[in-house]
Design a protein around this ligand. Structure first.
Ligand code: ATP
Length: 362
């Protein structure tokens, strides 16, 4: 029987609640499936680790993850540690160390969820945002001089390489091609940012010639926000830079009903390294430790993880379980206006997985 090696990194805040819930769902699935099983290894990296060791993860941490089939990640963020340390010391270290250059973020309005857009039906909003995840505005290039003096200067240089731009656009065209509508929107800001963003437009045109069956258009990022709200059905697959897609995907998550639902995958499309799956929300310290976190974003991340492993039937089963559970408003957590707890939602998903198997066997 195939055994998948899965690393779990709960990290900080509600990550410590939703990742164990995700692991429970994977274990419940494996128990019923008989086709494969999981071997989990848990890593206690994050804010608490930093307080003990002065680093968010050990220097040889990537080596411990290298042989895994996938990573399930929670969140990194701590009220007592600056955000740039928690982010660069853990999540980005893994994303960059394993060259997970494609960040993929599906968005849909799941059954039972009341999205904030009055004129939008669930069928109108079915997007997948592809975020460039290795360079651009978050490449980490820049510096500060004369700190604290009036002449202080600071730069964050946005690095765009032709290789980096071409590989993310190629990935996005391929993804768009695999979806029923075969529709891609390339988002830039090539009017004001007249160097790298113009290169994006040029490379997009070049790459598009290899995908004649994909219909594509271009949109400026500011106009894209309005289009997402006013004409959601005109969008399907969306590709944008690291910063732009970071912002657009939070907007997308909010339009789909809650930050607590949205998943993401940090993918190495060439499969040289393990890919990492996580809910898009952060550590949410306001609700941590109370059992209130919505685990659906993590469960949907588990679906993406299973798809990445090629376990498409299992992925579809977990997605069906999620949709069954969101359709029942008594299983909505506080972020969706309900009173359910993390444990209630987790139990309902696991129960559904078990029930489905019974029905299949009968
Ligand atoms: P970070 O700084 O790590 O990004 P944050 O607390 O600033 O974290 P988020 O955690 O992304 O930002 O979310 C903002 C708010 O949305 C939280 O304070 C919380 O109230 C709510 N929220 C986010 N995720 C969830 C969830 N899974 N379940 C319930 N509420 C959530």
């Amino acid at each position: 029987m195939k055994t998948y090696q899965i690393a779990t990194i709960p990290g900080d805040g509600i990550g410590k609640e939703v990742v164990p819930a995700g692991r429970e769902v994977l274990a419940a699935l494996a128990a019923e499936t008989h086709g494969f099983r999981f071997q989990f290894e848990d890593f206690d990296w994050g804010g608490d680790y930093y307080r003990k060791h002065g680093v968010m993860m050990p220097a040889d941490g990537l080596d411990a993850l290298r042989g895994k089939d996938a990573i399930l990640f929670g969140s990194a963020g701590d009220p007592d540690i600056p955000d740039h340390i928690t982010l660069w010391g853990l999540r980005l270290k893994i994303c960059q160390g394993f060259d997970q250059y494609a960040n993929v973020r599906p968005t849909r309005i799941l059954p039972g969820i009341d999205g904030p857009l009055k004129r939008c039906s669930a069928a109108d909003l079915n997007w997948v945002i592809v975020r460039e995840n290795s360079e651009g505005e978050y490449s980490g290039v820049g510096g500060r001089v004369h700190q604290g003096h009036p002449i202080e200067a600071a730069t964050d240089v946005s690095m765009m390489t032709r290789v980096g731009v071409e590989r993310i656009l190629r990935f996005a065209f391929r993804l768009a091609q695999s979806r029923p509508r075969k529709l891609l929107t390339v988002i830039t800001k090539s009017n004001a940012q007249r160097h790298a963003m113009v290169m994006w437009d040029e490379v997009a045109l070049e790459v598009s010639r290899d995908f004649p069956d994909v219909k594509w258009d271009k949109e400026l990022v500011d106009a894209a926000t309005a289009r997402m709200v006013n004409k959601p059905a005109t969008l399907d697959t969306i590709v944008a830079t690291n910063l732009h897609a970071d912002i657009l995907s939070d907007l997308a998550a909010a339009l789909a009903g809650s930050l607590g639902i949205a998943p993401t995958g940090n993918i190495d499309p060439e499969r040289r390294y393990p890919s990492m799956f996580e809910p898009i929300h952060g550590s949410a310290f306001d609700i941590m430790g109370k059992g209130l976190a919505n685990p659906v974003g993590t469960f949907w991340s588990v679906v993406m993880l299973l798809e990445h492993l090629g376990e498409h039937d299992a992925a579809a089963r977990v997605m069906a379980a999620i949709e069954h559970v969101t359709a029942d408003t008594s299983l909505h957590t506080g972020d969706l206006g309900g009173t359910a707890k993390t444990v209630d939602v987790t139990r309902a998903v696991c129960d559904f997985l078990a029930r489905k198997e019974e029905r299949k066997a009968a």
